[in-house]
Design a protein around this ligand. Sequence first.
Ligand SMILES: Cc1cc2nc3c(=O)[nH]c(=O)nc-3n(C[C@H](O)[C@H](O)[C@H](O)COP(=O)(O)OP(=O)(O)OC[C@H]3O[C@@H](n4cnc5c(N)ncnc54)[C@H](O)[C@@H]3O)c2cc1C
Ligand SMILES: Cc1cc2nc3c(=O)[nH]c(=O)nc-3n(C[C@H](O)[C@H](O)[C@H](O)COP(=O)(O)O)c2cc1C
Ligand code: SF4
Length: 672
Amino acid sequence: MAEYKYLFTPIKLGPITLKNRIVCAGHTNGFVDPVTFLPNETTRCYYEERARGGASLIVLPLSSVDETADYYPLAAFALWTDDVIPGLRKVTDAIHKYDCKVIGGPGHSGVHSMCNVTLDDVSRDASQLPTVEQPHQISKELSKEEIVEIQDKFAAASVRLVKAGVDGIEVLFGHGKLVWNFASTITNKRTDEYGGSLENRCRFLMEVIDKIRQAIGRDIPFGIRLQAFAMEPGGITVDDAAEMARMFEATGQLDYIGLVQSTYRSIHIEGSPYYANFEPGWAGEYSRKIKAAVKLPVSVSSKINDPGLADRMIADGQCDYVYLCRAMIADPHFARKAMEGRDEDIRPCIYCNQGCNGRVVNRGMYNGLRCTVNPMAGEEARWGSWMFEKAPQRKKVLVVGAGPAGLQCAMTAAERGHDVVVYDRDNETGGQIRLIKRLPNQTMPQTFVDYLDRQLQKLGVKVNLGVELTNQNLDEVLAREKPDVAVIATGARPAKDGTAGALCEPIPGWERDNVYTYEDVILGKARLGNKILIVDDFSDRVSPGVAELLAGQGKKVEIITGRSCIMEPNLSAWFDAPFMLAKLDELGVKITPYTWIKQITERGATCFYTPSGREFDVEADNIIMVTTKYSNTELYDEFKQRGIECHLIGDAKAPRWILNATHDGYKLAREI
Ligand SMILES: Cc1cc2nc3c(=O)[nH]c(=O)nc-3n(C[C@H](O)[C@H](O)[C@H](O)COP(=O)(O)OP(=O)(O)OC[C@H]3O[C@@H](n4cnc5c(N)ncnc54)[C@H](O)[C@@H]3O)c2cc1C
Ligand SMILES: Cc1cc2nc3c(=O)[nH]c(=O)nc-3n(C[C@H](O)[C@H](O)[C@H](O)COP(=O)(O)O)c2cc1C
Ligand code: SF4
């Protein structure tokens, strides 16, 4: 059993008591019917898993009170209609089975509502405002009649939530949603009683609080999730937030205050990716000030990924309980494992934002949240822990490749009772993650490899490193291992030939000695001059990482991309963009968009501007290709020829990301 002093003690939120201090924070996830916005089986199973994992409370994602503000990803369930009640009831019933409480989040996305989806409506907000996502979509300033209408909808939505079985209500007072936009001087330019002084700017929420409280009565806990500060020009300070917290506490209507750390203009701060190097629990210094200003229980989120840290934050007066979001996506059983003293078994979130924020921001509900390190996330309807079973027949499974695909497959196959052995030609596990961790500020993915290594050790899986399987030694290995099933997780190799998405053919001159792949550079195999030209077709962390590495050594680096920016479409949605661009700017790295190479020469490259074909020369000692990859499939054919059941997974199947590798590995292991 764990020996935490506070984490597993109960805490009262008004009329209810939470069994411990670990709360699953609200997060939109796409688990809702895309047409009706009603919760479905995916929703139920996703939350059931997190309740089963020992959290004391689950906060449901912000959900729209108003049909004209329904656009996902910024709002989830259709709280404007009674039709939402039966589906939500199934969700709350599933959560309650595990002595876990559930709080619902009525909200309104204001200018972020993106009403151009239907064209019938306009987005409405405190004032006429542009958004960050779509600057041409400017909101209509709410009239006083509309203010009353929306406030009444908050109350009606709260009643629906209570009818659906929630234990409490939380209004998000941050993230640039409508309620916050009334409070912020950046977004509220009104001259009536809802604009001007702090009291006037908070009037909208004050009235919402009164109406909700009247509608739900005193027996239901009611809290706000308050913006603790905003790291953006003109954004509020923590002292402003503390004053607001005191004002709201003085109403006597609230039972707790949760905190958030950004609006949509600064969402990269709250959702900070691993590259940004925000320390786990970094917002504790802000929450401490707000906690000191009020008597209500206060909670905070910010990369809290370790039960010990959570306990210390409570002990240290930074908060009374913790909100975990990404850590709870990565391991819904975080609380249970911590309680059982099994911290080392918690699947570590690597704060990559690829499966969670990235998928939600990029494609909304048509994509649905997944997780790089947790292949079950979003798949609970078919892979919920309650459905995990041992394999009917124990088999010998030979896994070739100890990258994330092979390691995940080996772990799950062993958990299902198979006899598993792993081989890798390298002397270290991790596959391409061994390269990622050599890039500046990119060591975090290695924590996932460390976790998988630990689990394989516990499961008694033998990992043979430094052994390359080839057609020469294969028969010998097969004679020794006698596998029933072979798993080919041999990954992929980078192309030196410059083949890329836009022009699916090699770049002329790619065979020259002055051309290298990113892998050559990271592994120190490239003999480089001083002027480097990186050719980027990935738009991920590779080019900025290699550029930072080389510019940090004093080299002059330029990155060209055929796209509008090296950050689109991936790094913007993963929230790395501002941090990486700032670093590259500091190091003097030149970024040239809409540009590709016509011919590599001895002195560099003849490039062309992709929209017009205009040619120009770029001088460079070396060209580094960050272009396509090719799967390593040779062994697959060898196994097949020998009549052995054989499966390709991860990059060996098709080069993609870690997310896909762990998914493939897990899926296969559940099917063997
Ligand atoms: C620099 C860099 C940055 C990246 N950044 C990201 C990122 O930010 N996010 C992301 O999601 N993905 C990223 N990726 C891609 C990601 O690492 C891969 O998609 C992922 O590692 C694929 O996993 P895998 O297990 O399928 O293959 P790999 O990781 O390639 O592992 C394959 C393993 O098989 C072994 N092997 C191959 N052939 C044999 C053989 N014949 N015998 C024995 N062993 C063999 C190899 O040694 C290797 O260890 C990055 C990759 C690189 C190189
Ligand atoms: C995919 C995703 C969606 C989110 N949606 C919401 C939301 O609907 N309401 C909310 O209050 N916070 C939302 N958040 C913010 C989280 O609750 C949390 O404050 C943030 O992720 C920082 O905590 P973490 O470092 O533990 O992830 C979301 C976060 C993620 C990753
Ligand atoms: S996708 Fe990445 S950031 Fe999101 S929860 Fe999973 S590991 Fe964490």
